[in-house]
Design a protein around this ligand. Sequence first.
Ligand code: NAD
Length: 483
Amino acid sequence: MTVIDYRQLYVGGTWSDPATARVIDVHSPTTEALIGSVPRGTEADIDAAVAAARSAFDDPEGWANWHPKRRGEMLEQFAAELETRGADTAARVSMQNGMPIWLAQQFEAGFPPLLLRYYSDLMNAAPAEEPRAGMLGGTALVSRRPVGVVGAIVPWNVPQAISFLKIAPALAAGCTMVLKPAEETVLDAFLMAEAAAAAGLPAGVLNIVPGGREVGAYLVSHPGIDKVSFTGSTVAGRSIAETCGRLLRPVTLELGGKSAAIVLDDADLAASIEAFFAATLLNNGQICWLNTRVLAPRSRYTEIVDAITDLAGSLSVGDPLDPATKVGPLVSSRQRERVEGYIAKGKQEGRLTTGGARPAGLDQGWFVEPTVFADLDNDATVAREEIFGPVLTVIPYGSDDEAVAMANDSNYGLGGTVWSADQDRAVDIARKVRSGTVGVNHYTNDPVAPFGGIKESGMGRELGPEGLHAFQVLKTIYLPPAV
Ligand code: NAD
């Protein structure tokens, strides 16, 4: 396989030489071979990127002051250029992080253009200024202004879609940005940069600097940044929140999760098994909102454990570029070690019903069998901590109230699902689950509605109008009473 090689960074609207000759090498999680190499961004590259974003934002004739319609036309160009590269983008993500290609086509190729169009339309539909008749005789003109220069930091698990949860609303709002992709998934970010350049995005509106956590931390604390938007681990989120707290810098944090799937005693899991798979084991178990804690009624516990065991045991594990593959490799050997550590712990805490090992015949790559643990309680380590791999725990409960209490007994609060033949009953339970989002008989992040977490899953929301407001500040102009 040819090695994808980039030598320059997309900063200030052009391809420019990086400050140093250091590189990030990307290895395939499937073959372990070197598949790409890009410049490793440094503090000096962040300085250049923030300066470019700052000058683009501060330009009185620039992006922030364009009519939303004009920005929308430019974002439509960007969407079209992304679509031209969609198949390549999906393949690049899949070969870097092991995401099954059919999923990469939906999430990584499909979602970004959709988000750009959604936020352009939303911005165009919003009133520029809302006059409010005052109680004291005057009038207040209330508007939303772009928050400024955004520092965005993203993880490797769904790199394009997560980036565009930030890029689409930020650019539609009139912000400019510096994006720092994760080291594991830098190659797709260069396709994004090529699309931005081909679309003719004005210089400095979007700047992309790949690098590690030190570069991310430097971006967060940079004096030229007005707002931070972060998706990643709770550990990193806490450290970023501390920095932003000290600097009084607004921040949105999308962090980890350990969401519960509450299977009610009337649920027909067999009828919704595809949706159940998507809610629990999608992307090789590497999505923050996955429902990896399955709560099953005692009255049907054995049957539900068997159904989930059959599901996990039947999934085809292999090359993520093969459209028939349901579960690809984990992103890295480090991630597999972490997941295998939890599997060892799970074997002490519960009963392994399927998986628990490396799949036979896949000697190369960071593969782990889809794994299910039963006969354990909500206090087990594997039921409390985010594993970020294809590992499910199935925990018995007695009453509906007990199921809700167990779902809520978590440090996290990001996703969740309720499975039932009776939608009203399921919605009633969903209302009681303390979490940012809950699905009924499926789980999908619809662009129109806010997505995000509570507790250690983060703060702030992405998607929906709320995701646009996250990149805006309110401004009031007081007009005197008419004479
Ligand atoms: P990570 O936090 O280690 O890294 C994520 C990104 O942050 C990377 O770009 C990394 O370089 C950067 N980073 C790490 N530490 C930093 C710091 N102190 N300051 C600034 N930047 C820093 O997470 P990961 O292991 O790459 O990703 C997996 C985690 O992300 C999981 O916990 C998962 O739940 C979470 N996640 C959350 C969501 C969500 O929307 N809530 C979505 C995807 C992933």
